[in-house]
Design a protein around this ligand. Structure first.
Ligand code: ZN
Length: 426
């Protein structure tokens, strides 16, 4: 990927087209869902030659379709079925999704991250600081594995669900000790850490680049982070089910799409958007053969940049804006700030198939309200797990109230915000 980023637009499109054809042919051979759909609409993989003008004959894949056709979306190829892992995400809209991924898919995702952080000058071996959601009560084996991965990549982490003053002090000291030049994490969590660094006069904590991901980056947050860390923010857009989709380069004029891995469409009323026009993000991942997502509706909104070239010399198309997950930082009773993303290992309970959608509302330091749209009956054990995760994160005295509702209304913007704080202070 370090080489392909310098290909011309034509070469990149040819490479992407090639990978798409291979994926669609594979789906036609091994994926029962697509075998059925292709038959119903009279589609053949050859219809995508010589160009992609027929791509829109394929229906968009929604989260509801994935849930309803889960088994039929998994490959029937015997060897590949042994090399897959099951993952789950709460996505950008609080609608949980479970899916399968090829083992080689994860390797490509890691390579894509390393490529992106190299745009800020990072080189293999340089230290990296991460603010990320850590697993609740990991087993010794999981701890050892994570420690081993951190060592291999020369990186260290702070738990985004427990941003206490002592944790942030230790993280700042480690940043100085290891001379970490890259900080990677959620915008709202990085903002909390940046404010801590400023108020505690950790002047030496600076970076060559701060990479934000997994939620919407507000301009005011970007500006504050850049001022405090004396560096530029590189906004990166990716999801667990698709890996890296796009990232800002050192020119900061937009987010270059990882065209080798994902074919991105932006649709308005089902048709391609104009340049600069915001529409729904629809992505075909080109690497996950175990459970192919072809024209998958992510649930985010974005626009393509009208810039036809970038001073960095890369010719991959750019996204001008991404309106992803919208969250608010929450607060625990002990004063720690808590990432409001409710994604990742501690909140795997929220991705249970019986929960169609959720929204979390922090009423006070002692009360959380979970609004849940059930799909069938939510098992008691799942509700107990949520209660446990809340107490672990927000404090033993924090109570949980569940409200079972038919739907959760979006914000006036049309987006779902699934973490809402009603605390008076930020
Ligand atoms: Zn560029």
């Amino acid at each position: 990927m370090n080489c392909t980023q310098w290909l011309s637009r034509d070469e990149l499109e040819a490479l992407q087209h090639d990978k798409l054809l291979r994926l669609v042919e594979y789906a036609n051979q091994y994926i029962p869902y697509y075998q059925r759909i292709f038959k119903e609409i009279g589609f053949q993989p050859g219809d995508l030659e010589p160009d992609l003008s027929n791509l829109d004959t394929l229906p968009v894949l929604t989260k509801a379709l994935i849930r309803d056709n889960y088994q039929d979306l998994i490959t029937t190829e015997p060897e590949r079925r042994h090399q897959m892992s099951q993952l789950a995400t709460s996505g950008s809209t609080g609608e949980p999704l479970t899916f399968m991924q090829d083992n080689n898919f994860r390797d490509v995702v890691t390579a894509d991250i390393q490529r992106h952080i190299s745009w800020a000058g990072w080189q293999l071996g340089d230290s990296q600081a991460f603010i990320w959601g850590a697993k609740l009560d990991p087993t010794i084996r999981q701890r050892l594995r994570l420690a081993w991965i951190d060592r291999v990549w020369n990186r260290f982490q702070m738990d985004a669900f427990a941003l206490s003053p002592s944790a942030m002090q230790a993280f700042a000291c480690q940043t100085l000790r290891s001379n970490a030049r890259i900080l990677f994490g959620y915008p709202t969590s990085i903002q909390v850490f940046a404010r801590y660094v400023r108020s505690n006069l950790f002047d030496g904590v600076t970076f060559d680049g701060v990479f934000t991901t997994a939620e919407r980056l507000l301009p005011v947050v970007r500006q504050e982070i850049e001022e405090i860390f004396h560096t530029r923010v590189f906004n990166r857009y990716g999801t667990l089910e698709l890996g890296g989709i796009a990232c800002e380069c050192e020119s900061h004029l937009g987010l270059h799409v990882s065209v080798e891995n994902n074919l991105v469409e932006i649709l308005v009323d089902g048709a391609p958007s104009d340049l600069g026009q915001v529409g729904e993000v629809v992505v075909t991942n080109l690497n996950n053969y175990g459970m192919p997502f072809i024209r998958y509706q992510v649930g985010d909104f974005a626009s393509f940049s009208a810039e036809s070239s970038c001073p960095c010399g890369r010719s991959a198309p750019m996204l001008a804006s991404v309106e992803g997950r919208s969250v608010e930082a929450l607060r625990a009773a002990n004063g720690s700030m808590v990432w409001g993303g409710f994604a990742g290992a501690p909140w795997r309970c929220l991705t249970h198939p019986s929960i169609r959608q959720f929204q979390v509302n922090q009423k006070s330091l002692k009360q959380m309200v979970f609004r849940l749209v059930p799909s069938g009956e939510i098992p008691r054990a799942v509700l107990d797990e949520i209660r446990y995760a809340v107490r672990h994160t927000f404090g033993d005295n924090c109570t949980v109230e569940f409200k079972f509702v038919d739907e959760i209304a979006p914000l006036p913007s049309g987006k779902h915000q699934y973490a809402v704080s009603e605390l008076n202070e930020p």
